[in-house]
Design a binder for this molecule. Structure first.
Ligand SMILES: Cc1cc2nc3c(=O)[nH]c(=O)nc-3n(C[C@H](O)[C@H](O)[C@H](O)COP(=O)(O)OP(=O)(O)OC[C@H]3O[C@@H](n4cnc5c(N)ncnc54)[C@H](O)[C@@H]3O)c2cc1C
Length: 384
C-alpha cells in the first residue's frame, strides 16, 4: 500500500528482497498499520528461500555434539510459533501452507547407533525426542541396523509459503530494474520513493545494496556455499530425515517434494552438500549415489533422474566463518539490515524490525502502484 503522486511515492518503509525475510517483514509491518513497499529485483522466493528444505528446525540438529549450544537454544521456540501460524492462531495465517511432514526422523548408521542412543537419553533432551511407533518406509528393511528417533520438527512446502505470504499483499510488492539511493529514499525505475526506513532483506543481495547505500557501520556479509542434490524416481517413499554418522554434523538431510508431474523427489543436503562444494555437478551426483548405496542399499534408484544445485547461505560474517547463532537485524541510521540465517527464524526478524521502527505515520494509502509485479520462482526440482 503506497501513496502515489506524479512519479513520487511516500511510504513508511521500503523493503528490499522478496524471500522469506522480506515477505515476513512486509506482512508484520502491514498488520501493525505501516505503509510499506517491497522491491524485488528478480523472482519472489528465488534465492535461498526456494532452495531451502522447508524444515522448521527446533535446534536439535545443532545439538548433535551432545550440547544444547546457542544455535540450538535460539531455535527452540520456533516450531511452536510456526505451528500456531499453520493452525491459524499465530501472528500470520499460514493455514493454506501444506505441511509435508509433521515430523522428521533422526537416524543413524548401525555402527554409531549406540552413541546416539545414549545422547538422546540425556536429561537435556527429555521430552524433545522419542522412538517412533514404526519405521519410516525408507528404513523399513531387514538390513537396516541403525537407531531411529522421531524429531518434532515439521517440514513445510516452501512454494506454498511464498505464495501464501505474498498473495494478500501483492499491492505492495513491485519488480524493479534500476535503483539509486537519494537523500530521503530511493529512485526506482524513475520513481522517487520517499521512505522513513529502508530495510535490506535481500539475502546475498544485501552486500551490493549496502555498498550502494554507503551508510557508515554496515556489517560484513559471509556466503557459505552448499551443493545440494535432487533425485527423482516414481518409487521413492516420503522421507524427511536427518542421518547421523560418527561426526557431529548430519551426514545427510533428506526431504521429499514433488516435481511438476507429481513424481517424488528427494532433496539431499547436510554434509553431502557442505563437502560437495569442491565437486563439480557430475562428481557430486556420483558421490550422492555412492552415499545412498552405502546408507540405504535397499532403495532402488535404477532409472532415477539426478540434478544438483549450488547455492550460498548469506549471513553476517562471523570471526570463524561458521554459522551465526541466531537471526541478525540491526539499524544503521535510516537503514535496517537483516539476515534470518534460517527460514524458521523469519518471525524473529518481523518482531525485531517492528521494534526498530518509529510509529506508523497513519498516512492513508492509495492502491495504484505503477510497477510490474515480480513472478514467483519455481523450485529447482520442478522439471526434474
Ligand atoms: C540449500 C539450503 C537449504 C536450507 N534449508 C533450510 C531449512 O530446511 N530450514 C530453515 O529454516 N532454513 C533453511 N535454509 C536457510 C534459509 O533458506 C535462509 O536462511 C532463508 O531462506 C533466507 O531468506 P532471505 O529472505 O534472507 O534470503 P533469500 O531467500 O535469498 O531472498 C533474497 C531475495 O532478495 C532478492 N534480491 C537480491 N538482491 C536484490 C536487490 N538488489 N533488490 C531487490 N531484491 C533483491 C532475491 O532475488 C531474493 O528474492 C536453507 C538454505 C539453503 C541454501
Amino acid at each position: 500500500m503506497c501513496i502515489v503522486t506524479n512519479k513520487a511515492i511516500t511510504v513508511d518503509v521500503v523493503i528490499f528482497g522478496g524471500g522469506i525475510a522480506g515477505l515476513w517483514i512486509l506482512r508484520s509491518l502491514r498488520i501493525k498499520g505501516y505503509t510499506a513497499l517491497l522491491l524485488e529485483s528478480k523472482h519472489l522466493g528465488g534465492g535461498q528461500t526456494m532452495a531451502s528444505q522447508g524444515v522448521l528446525h527446533g535446534g536439535l540438529k545443532y545439538a548433535l555434539n551432545g550440547k544444547l549450544g546457542e544455535s540450538s537454544e535460539a531455535l527452540r521456540d520456533m516450531p511452536g510459533r510456526w505451528k500456531a501460524c499453520l493452525e491459524g492462531v499465530g501472528e500470520i495465517d499460514l493455514t493454506r501452507v501444506r505441511v509435508r511432514s509433521d515430523h522428521q526422523v533422526l537416524w543413524s548408521e548401525g555402527k554409531v547407533a549406540s552413541r546416539i542412543t545414549s545422547f538422546f537419553a540425556t536429561k537435556a533432551l527429555a521430552g524433545r525426542i522419542e522412538k517412533p511407533g514404526s519405521l519410516p518406509p525408507a528404513l523399513d528393511h531387514p538390513a537396516f541396523k541403525g537407531a531411529v528417533y522421531r524429531l518434532e520438527e515439521s517440514v513445510i512446502d516452501v512454494p506454498d509459503l511464498v505464495r501464501v505470504l505474498a498473495e494478500p499483499v501483492m499491492d505492495a510488492i513491485a519488480h524493479y530494474t534500476q535503483l539509486t539511493f537519494s537523500g530521503d529514499g530511493v529512485v526506482v525505475d524513475g520513481v522517487q520513493v520517499q521512505a522513513g526506513r529502508i530495510v535490506f532483506a535481500a539475502g546475498e543481495g544485501n552486500e551490493a545494496l549496502m555498498a550502494a547505500a554507503g551508510a557508515p557501520g554496515f556489517p560484513k556479509m559471509q556466503a557459505r556455499p552448499l551443493h545440494q542434490v535432487m533425485v527423482a524416481h516414481p518409487e521413492l517413499p516420503p522421507f524427511h530425515a536427518v542421518c547421523m554418522g560418527a561426526g557431529t554434523r548430519p551426514v545427510l538431510v533428506t526431504t521429499t517434494h514433488e516435481n511438476a508431474a507429481g513424481s517424488p523427489v528427494w532433496y539431499l543436503g547436510g554434509h553431502l552438500a557442505e563437502t560437495g562444494v569442491t565437486r563439480n555437478a557430475a562428481d557430486q551426483v556420483l558421490h550422492a549415489q555412492a552415499e545412498l548405496r552405502r546408507l540405504m542399499p535397499w532403495i532402488s534408484l535404477e532409472g532415477a533422474r539426478w540434478r544438483t544445485l549450488e547455492i550460498n547461505r548469506a549471513e553476517p560474517a562471523t570471526p570463524d566463518g561458521e554459522k551465526p547463532a541466531g537471526a541478525y537485524c540491526r539499524a544503521f541510521e535510516r537503514f535496517i539490515v537483516c539476515w534470518p540465517t534460517k527460514l524458521v527464524m523469519a518471525p524473529l526478524l518481523g518482531e525485531e524490525v517492528l521494534r526498530l521502527m518509529p510509529p506508523p505515520t497513519g498516512a492513508r494509502p492509495v492502491l495504484d502502484l505503477d510497477f510490474p509485479r515480480p513472478v514467483m520462482a519455481e523450485p529447482a526440482w520442478g522439471d526434474l
